[in-house]
Design a protein around this ligand. Structure first.
Ligand SMILES: *[C@@H]1O[C@H](CO)[C@@H](O)[C@H](O)[C@H]1NC(C)=O
Ligand SMILES: *[C@@H]1O[C@H](CO)[C@@H](O)[C@H](O)[C@H]1NC(C)=O
Ligand SMILES: *[C@@H]1O[C@H](CO)[C@@H](O)[C@H](O)[C@H]1NC(C)=O
Ligand SMILES: *[C@@H]1O[C@H](CO)[C@@H](O)[C@H](O)[C@H]1NC(C)=O
Length: 667
């Protein structure tokens, strides 16, 4: 008897342990189970959960889509029947018949503020033929999930106060949050065990960032745990200082079996689109028209920091970049989505409202919203919504019928969050009919990763008493092997060429008079080809784009005059560019010399500009030649005469050998 009891309790313990693992960790939490669909016709199956009192989630939903007039249909009669009403589909539509669903998970919201208990059943119902294809019954007095009041933070340090609610399985709302912001290294922090400790995990702040927290003063915020972690996996939420290993305060997560909370719904993974079209092997566009709105998803095999841009062409008769109205979409290091409404008014990065500019900086407003990102298997998918006709003067209306020319591009986002020059664009004209009969023409992405390329070697150009002249022009930045590989910075696609070399390091001597002959464009009206030259200690350049504050942090050594504190460039001349003939050959060119042979010099009429500069003992050991109007065009100037320090001949030789090793001499 005693034995049996002990055995029995051990078994219960094991069962409940395995039970805990399975229920709380392994299987995803979808909400409170309601029922499985009974299958009557057209392959309707699926499991139905309550998300909260007005939303239901159907997991693993199947329906063959073949019936002429089927809807989600709910009613209060004893059995499913024609006295019911349409329940909107996952897009909120009530007038569109259900399409095909294959093992999909969708969330649908009950209409008119109704709650689950307002219905007796939900069916997949064919209205024309009054036929029930499958249904569920709602249990009486169904207890729908609800946010959970986890109580106030315990207050240990730095004035932490706040009341915590668990709003869904991954999200907390903290009301009336106070924190003095003085902890050196504080984060929202979750973990297991009876009290907070260092082996926890960060929870991103209300903006999705995992930077250290600054202060709060009575704010109400929502924070969501990352990845697949849910409140069922943790025992506490605290504010924790990592550097000081200190708990500023926490709340306990209650007994998990008491939690009847909504599941976290990742809206993005639910959404599927009516249409998809391949733009190129690495870029697909999907869309769904919703009345006067369009939901768009851009999917691509891109790196973080690369953007996908898509929109209407600037021309009615072809794909033309200038005049295009596009959305530029990318993700940041937190995988947060950005989808920004752009107008492309000129070939060039955005400078003072001209070029590839966000609408908000070009007399318009950002009309793109509801953006989200999902990144799986190296494919980034960014969804967003806009009105077909935004009414904004800098936007073009997307027609809901008929073909229209579109523009698209892939490129890099600058550190300042603006789009840099594209590296991939369509090779000809591309048309789409947004209002076409729905069709998904996208295969899965090919599993090709860009093969690595060898960067070109950095070149040094020496200037001394006998070599005092440099000829400065604009040329191609050399793709992955050129500017970006040399500088480690994002390129705008063009860069300075000096004496026919892509961004050489100039090694100069102090006290020598140098002459730079400048051919980078001198017409300020042509903003994309107006590149005055200047010398600064700023590795980025683009002086005109800087705020007063930013200007104070850099020095200008030559090429800019100041009148009453207002800068103007002094070194501009006619425009000369080393242009690509045909398709850019940087990927195929093993050396810069090979690449240079594929370029063709094209100069406009006019005279070159000239900049005379004598570096002196006040010039630092490294400065940069840059473009006054655009960032990321130039590179370094160094001095090997080390600011008046005389080298012994031995150390001079060592320095020389090192320099020979790292540079290719051009004579
Ligand atoms: C349905 O989808 C789920 C989740 O995406 C997956 O785990 C499951 O294997 C799928 N079932 C079938 C029958 O394809
Ligand atoms: C989040 O963003 C808002 C609005 O930009 C800002 O006021 C707030 O300080 C940010 N919070 C944190 C923790 O950075
Ligand atoms: C650069 O090219 C110019 C002619 O275009 C030439 O006079 C000058 O010597 C060259 N400078 C150097 C440092 O090679
Ligand atoms: C450099 O130019 C200045 C002013 O034009 C002149 O006085 C000086 O002699 C020149 N130096 C050399 C080394 O030519």
């Amino acid at each position: 008897m005693g034995h049996t009891l002990a055995y029995f309790s051990a078994l219960v313990a094991i069962l409940s342990l395995t039970g805990v693992c399975e229920v709380w960790s392994s299987s995803p939490y979808h909400g409170k189970f309601i029922s499985d669909f009974t299958t009557l016709a057209h392959g309707v199956t699926g499991t139905v959960y309550a998300v909260d009192d007005h939303r239901i989630r159907i997991v693993g939903f199947n329906y063959d889509g073949a019936a002429p007039d089927a809807f989600f249909w709910g009613g209060t009669t004893d059995e499913p029947g024609s006295s019911g009403e349409v329940i909107p589909d996952e897009f909120g539509r009530t007038a569109t018949k259900l399409g095909t669903y294959i093992n999909r998970s969708i969330t649908i919201t009950l209409p008119d503020g109704k709650t689950i208990n307002n219905y007796r059943w939900v069916s997949v119902w064919c209205r024309d033929f009054t036929v029930d294809f499958g249904h569920i019954y709602i249990p009486n007095n169904f207890d729908a999930p609800l946010e959970y009041d986890a109580g106030p933070f315990r207050e240990y340090a730095h004035g932490l106060k706040g009341h915590v609610y668990i709003t869904d399985s991954r999200t907390f709302r903290i009301e009336n949050l106070h924190y003095d912001g003085n902890g050196p290294d504080a984060y929202f922090w979750v973990g297991t065990g009876s009290s907070p400790h260092r082996r926890g995990s960060k929870v991103p702040d209300e903006n999705g960032s995992t930077r250290k927290l600054s202060g709060y003063n009575g704010d109400t915020i929502s924070i969501t745990m990352t990845s697949e972690m849910t409140v069922f996996d943790i025992d506490w939420l605290s504010m924790w200082c990592v550097a000081a290993v200190q708990n500023f305060g926490h709340v306990d997560i209650p007994d998990k079996s008491e939690l009847n909370i909504p599941p976290y719904i990742d809206d993005s993974s639910d959404t599927s689109y009516d249409n998809c079209e391949v733009l190129n092997d690495n870029f697909h566009v999907s869309w769904t028209l919703e009345g006067s709105y369009i939901q768009i998803q851009l999917s691509g095999r891109v790196d973080r920091g690369e953007y996908l841009a898509f929109g209407l062409s600037g021309s009615d008769v072809g794909t033309v970049m200038i005049g295009s109205d596009v959305t530029v979409a990318w993700t940041d290091e937190n995988n947060d989505a950005f989808a920004v409404d752009y107008s492309l008014t000129a070939y060039g990065q955005c400078s003072v409202g001209y070029g590839a500019c966000p609408d908000a900086e070009a007399d318009g407003v950002d009309d793109v919203y509801d953006s989200f990102a999902v990144i799986t298997d190296g494919i980034t998918r960014i969804g967003f919504t806009r009105q077909l006709d935004t009414g904004d003067s800098v936007d073009n209306a997307i027609p809901s019928d008929g073909e229209v020319y579109i523009s698209w591009a892939i490129g890099l986002i600058n550190p300042n969050g603006l789009a840099a020059k594209h590296h991939t664009v369509p090779s000809g004209n591309v048309k789409l009919n947004f209002g076409r009969v729905n069709s998904d023409n996208c295969p899965s992405f090919p599993d090709t990763t860009l093969k690595p390329v060898t960067p070109w070697e950095e070149v040094c150009l020496d200037g001394d008493e006998d070599n005092t002249v440099f000829r400065v022009r604009i040329g191609q930045a050399g793709g992955r092997r050129g500017y970006t590989a040399i500088t480690g910075l994002v390129s705008w696609g063009i860069a300075w060429y000096i004496n026919e070399t892509l961004i050489p390091v100039l090694r100069l001597k102090r006290g020598v008079n140098y002459t730079f002959i400048i051919e980078g464009g001198d017409d300020p009206m042509q903003s994309a080809s107006y590149h005055p030259f200047y010398i600064t200690d700023d590795p980025v350049g683009g002086y005109v784009q800087k705020s007063q504050e930013e200007r104070e942090q850099v020095k200008v050594y030559a090429g800019v005059e100041f009148e009453n504190g207002n800068p103007s460039p002094t070194a501009a001349g006619r425009y000369c560019e080393y242009k690509t003939t045909g398709v850019d050959q940087s990927e195929e060119s093993e050396t810069f010399e090979d690449y240079f042979k594929t370029l063709k010099l094209d100069c406009e009429e006019g005279a070159p500009g000239e900049l005379l500069w004598t570096p002196d003992e006040n010039t630092p050991d490294t400065v940069y030649y840059q473009c006054y109007t655009h960032q990321y065009l130039g590179w370094k100037i160094t001095f090997n005469d080390a600011a008046g320090i005389y080298l012994t001949s031995a150390s001079h030789n060592i320095v020389l050998s090192i320099l020979i090793l790292i540079c290719i001499w051009i004579v």
